[in-house]
Design a protein. Structure first.
Length: 137
């Protein structure tokens, strides 16, 4: 077992055992997240998606860059959070709007997008778990 596997880290989210059908729809057969599928689902370009993730505008334009560890990690974090909140939001696009623009008081008014971009996805997950259990923001 690798060090990454011991700590629950994987090359991509497709290797995680709790991948639902919604999340799986964004992966190819090799377990890579396809940025174009996400962009199309949310009515945005891959350049806009890259900026949403805090990546360079062209980071998702070419296959090898879209498959890079950092790109796949950020894409996976986005998909995980959107999948978690889309039922509350009512639709994919409403979930993305919430992700990009909802200030979270517990994080000093930072949006979920800002939290993910700054590497604070773990805190965002904890917050969403707290809210799912009836907690307050």
């Amino acid at each position: 077992m690798t060090q990454a596997a011991k700590h629950g880290e994987t090359r991509n989210l497709a290797e995680r055992p709790v991948l639902g059908g919604y999340q799986a729809s964004f992966f190819d057969e090799a377990g890579q997240i396809i940025p174009g599928r996400i962009a199309a689902r949310f009515g945005m370009t891959t350049q806009d998606l890259a900026e949403t993730l805090g990546l360079g505008r062209d980071a998702l334009a070419r296959g090898e860059r879209a498959g890079a560890r950092k790109s796949q990690k950020r894409l996976g974090e986005l998909v995980e959070i959107i999948a978690f909140i889309r039922n509350w939001a009512g639709s994919d696009r409403a979930a993305m709007a919430w992700y990009r623009s909802e200030p979270i008081p517990a994080f000093g008014g930072r949006t979920p997008e800002a939290m993910v971009r700054s590497g604070k996805t773990g805190l965002m997950r904890e917050f969403l778990d707290h809210m799912a259990l009836g907690g307050y923001a």
